[in-house]
Design a protein around this ligand. Structure first.
Ligand code: GRG
Ligand code: 1GP
Ligand code: MG
Length: 244
């Protein structure tokens, strides 16, 4: 079964999914070892620098979880992953991040037989203060303007993208607001991945109730891998309650 199909099935059955972001600059195998029972898929990527990606992702396969690349640039691709978020950073000021980077990666994705998952990557305040905002030349969507984000989601849907990633930035002070998630979902109905600055399981819980289909955490688990189980439980609990 394709990765996107598998994730959609999880969302259908559980009401939500949980991805853990592994930064190839960290010791991802040690982290994965401790958290793999509590994830639906691994996201692998970083915005500043990639080394030994092939080797690390190859080893990650032993955990038998879907491996989805979350490339910060064309060097974020490896044949050892299963799928790739085929992203356009729609609210960048630089066409490189909107369309050139994904275009330059397209042939490699085909050759490596990676499954492309068409994704609108949207950077929301305070992302400008984080690595992705700096690297991605963003025109930041204000945190208190949910309608702007929702319009981007609708536009993404009209372009044929099936996913939108609402990103507050890795390590962000504040995550994307529940109001913004709600409106994005209501207006577009597109699958929503939400990440950046989600530091507590209760916060993840509320994001799922607001309409997030997938929650991503990264930094916080680098500090305390024990949190993975708590995040997983909260995300799944909210997923079940969402249907009621
Ligand atoms: C599809 C292909 C081949 C490329 C797409 C390339 C695009 C559009 C990238 C968007 C811009 C960008 C720099 C995204 C980075 C996303 C990412 C992997 C963030 C992970 O977090 P870090 O920014 O590394 O966090 P830390 O600073 O905490 O390490
Ligand atoms: O590291 P954190 O803040 O959890 O963010 C994860 C991810 O959304 C970044 O792209
Ligand atoms: Mg990183």
């Amino acid at each position: 079964m394709k990765v996107e199909e598998r994730i959609n099935k999880i969302i259908e059955e559980d009401g939500s999914a949980y991805f853990i972001l592994l930064d190839p600059e960290e010791n991802i195998i040690d982290i994965a070892e401790q958290v793999y029972s509590y994830v639906d898929a691994f996201l692998v990527g970083g915005s500043i620098g990639i080394s030994n990606l092939d080797e690390k992702v190859k080893e990650l396969r032993k955990f038998k979880k879907p491996i989805i690349l979350f490339p910060g640039n064309v060097d974020g691709l490896t044949r050892y992953a299963d799928a790739v978020l085929y992203m356009s950073l729609m609210n960048s000021l630089n066409p490189y991040w909107i369309v050139t980077a994904p275009t330059l990666g397209a042939l490699k994705i085909l050759e490596y037989k990676l499954e492309p998952i068409p994704t609108a990557y949207l950077c929301i305040e305070p992302a400008k203060k984080t690595s992705v905002g700096f690297v991605g030349d963003i025109k930041e969507i204000p945190r208190d303007k949910p309608k702007i984000a929702a319009l981007y989601c609708l536009s993404a849907k009209f372009f044929g993208m099936r996913w939108a990633y609402l990103e507050a930035g890795s390590g962000a002070e504040k995550p994307v607001s529940d109001e913004m998630i709600k409106l994005c979902k209501k207006l577009s109905g597109i699958n929503l991945i939400v990440g950046g600055g989600i530091k507590k399981p209760e916060i993840a819980y509320n994001k799922v109730l607001a309409g997030a289909d997938v929650i991503v955490t990264g930094n916080i688990l680098e500090k305390d891998t024990n949190l993975a189980e708590k995040f997983y439980d909260s995300i799944k609990k909210a997923g079940r309650e969402k249907w009621k």
